[in-house]
Write a protein that binds this ligand. Structure first.
Ligand code: SF4
Length: 341
């Protein structure tokens, strides 16, 4: 069977060897009728990244399917590079990484370890599961803010952190995302750019329309320095594609609604995330703000609930004051407004 692993993980160095062994060259990829399927699939990779922030899966039943899948990856990277949009580059990198994460869930430890090695992540497999070197664990977990990802809450042995299959895969997702973001854009020669110009124009138009939908005009004035540390962290996570979890998302939307932000302003916070899903975010915001059921919406959680849910990040001196038991109290003090009755 040709290129089984490489078609699932086309960023592997061995994918290029499989392509070469099957006579695939850059010239073929750009213009040969025999590679039209790889070109179409490459465009589909970028399109699904724009629309769903996740690269779709393709059938990999035959040797032909697998070679086309392998070749679609460099083609997609050429397209993203020619479009040259920072938001798209980040979203595409995340989308490829999310696809890999899903596939890794089906793999045995030996394959996961091979992928880790390819991503320069030091790992060990032992009887009780997977371990990652603590330096790599820190490198890829610091952007995930919930307490369960803190090094002190892990089992550390001889410099390696024990992780479940799921958590190990999640960190590899960050590793691949960083790798792709760092590699793109490629330096594309003019003749290559010219060969892909039609697809680039089509995707650029789709991207422009998607960005317009994702980011309605933000007209309000939100001063970051007035926000409590928990909300600042949740906002930063939302904008960096870090999964907030249900309670974090709820707290953030309810808080922003309570301080007077409207639907357009709230969704613009989430729209900057590379994994922004318009319909899902829209429903959640309209539900939490009460728009769906004609109420005033939910009250944001107080500090004790935030702490219980692991959403209280880096409380500062103002948080420590006895009178501050709610993120809204913190905000009102910072804004110089009296505490609401
Ligand atoms: S103490 Fe309250 S306001 Fe401060 S960070 Fe924690 S939850 Fe937010």
């Amino acid at each position: 069977m040709i290129g089984f692993l490489e078609s699932r993980y086309p960023f592997l160095a061995s994918a290029q060897e499989v392509a070469a062994e099957n006579g695939a060259s850059l010239e073929d990829l750009l213009s040969s009728p025999g590679f039209e399927e790889a070109r179409a699939r490459g465009e589909e990779r970028v399109l699904s990244a724009i629309e769903h922030s996740e690269v779709s899966m393709a059938p990999l039943r035959s040797d032909f399917d697998r070679v086309m899948e392998i070749m679609s990856y460099p083609y997609a990277r050429i397209l993203v590079s020619c479009i040259g949009d920072r938001f798209l580059t980040r979203r595409y990198a995340l989308a490829e990484a999310v696809r890999m994460n899903k596939l890794l869930g089906e793999e045995e430890y030996a394959v996961v370890q091979r992928i880790a090695g390819e991503l320069d992540v030091k790992s060990k497999v032992s009887d009780d599961g997977l371990r990652m070197h603590f330096s790599d664990f820190l490198r890829f977990s610091t952007r995930i803010k919930s307490t369960e990802w803190k090094l002190v809450n892990t089992e550390l042995k001889e410099g390696y952190v024990f992780l479940t299959h799921e958590k190990f895969d999640r960190l590899l997702q960050n590793a691949l995302q960083d790798r792709i973001e760092g590699e793109l854009p490629l330096d594309v020669p003019p003749e290559v750019a010219s060969a892909v110009s039609e697809r680039v124009t089509r995707l650029s138009n789709i991207l422009t329309a998607a960005k317009a939908r994702f980011s309605p005009q933000f007209s309000g004035e939100l001063k970051p320095e007035t926000l409590p540390p928990c909300i600042r962290t949740l906002m930063a996570n939302a904008q960096n594609g870090v999964n907030l979890g249900h309670s974090g998302r709820f707290a953030l939307v309810a808080f922003l609604h309570a301080i007077g932000m409207g639907y357009d302003q709230i969704i613009s916070v989430f729209s900057r995330s590379p994994d922004f899903d318009e319909s899902k975010s829209s429903y959640q915001i309209r539900h939490i703000t009460g728009e769906l059921n004609g109420t005033d919406g939910y009250t944001p959680p107080e500090c004790s609930t935030m702490k219980t849910n692991g959403n209280c990040y880096d409380p500062d001196d103002l948080c420590a004051r006895e009178t501050v038991n709610h993120p809204l109290t913190y905000y009102r003090i910072k804004c110089g407004r009296p505490k609401r009755e």
